[in-house]
Design a protein around this ligand. Structure first.
Ligand SMILES: *Cc1c(COP(=O)(O)O)cnc(C)c1O
Length: 218
């Protein structure tokens, strides 16, 4: 388990850019590990767990229940919403109006959502385009169970640091635009960005939630 080293690195990166490490939440992505390893992750001090498929989430949820804070980070099919929506604490992948509508129908409480934004030209990536984001967020206002607490993105898998950095910087600019709208259901104070290979860059660019999988168990 690599948690101490990761925490040290977060502290160091924050110092470099004048940020408070307390403003960064590590979401431990447990999708590749079993319940025993996930238990070790929580024992080492991480209490936010992330899963990307309903089946694997439900399996872990059966074991941990509400003892940890749950993040659903993968793309979510509308027909699976009812199985998970009242068990999770955060949804990182709101990427279409039909999903918002289904969440609104099934949720028993306000759901904290990140709107997933496409910040690179890779076709395979889910997410709202930067051009459509403002109108998307405005339309979300119809669905009273949805709170847009922030934006989420995935940078492309590349060695080119400047490409990664520009994706994260784009997300931050998008955040400023949404904040300017001053919508009460969309405070948009958070940025979910950065994974095992790029989380330091994400912190430099303003991430408040980083999603770490492989690096935790290396
Ligand atoms: C798997 C996954 C992660 C974690 O990726 P690592 O490279 O293993 O850290 C983060 N975010 C999403 C959406 C994922 O699916």
């Amino acid at each position: 388990m690599n948690v101490k080293q990761i925490n040290d690195n977060i502290v160091e990166t924050c110092a470099r850019v004048n940020r408070n490490p307390k403003d960064i939440t590590v979401v431990a992505v447990t999708k590749h590990v079993d319940v025993q390893v996930a238990e070790e992750v929580t024992t080492s001090g991480l209490s936010n767990l992330g899963e990307n498929r309903p089946e694997s989430f439900l399996q872990k949820y059966e074991y941990f229940g509400g003892k940890v804070t749950w993040h659903f980070i993968g793309s979510l099919q509308s027909r699976k919403v009812k199985d998970i929506i009242n068990k999770i604490d955060y949804l990182h992948s709101l990427d279409r109006i039909s999903l918002a509508k289904e969440i609104n129908k099934r949720a028993n409480k306000k759901i904290k959502c990140f709107v997933q934004v496409k910040t690179s030209y890779e076709d395979s990536k889910h997410g709202i385009s930067t051009e459509e984001l403002v109108s998307f967020v405005k339309e979300i206002g119809k669905y009273e169970q949805i709170e847009v607490i922030g934006l989420m993105t995935m940078a492309p898998f590349t060695e080119k640091i400047e490409i990664i950095r520009s994706c994260f910087a784009t997300l931050r600019k998008c955040q400023e635009e949404i904040k300017k709208l001053a919508l009460d259901y969309a405070p948009c104070t958070e940025l979910s960005m950065g994974m095992s290979n790029d989380y330091s860059i994400a912190i430099e660019e303003g991430a408040t939630f980083i999603r770490l999988g492989t690096i935790l168990v290396k």
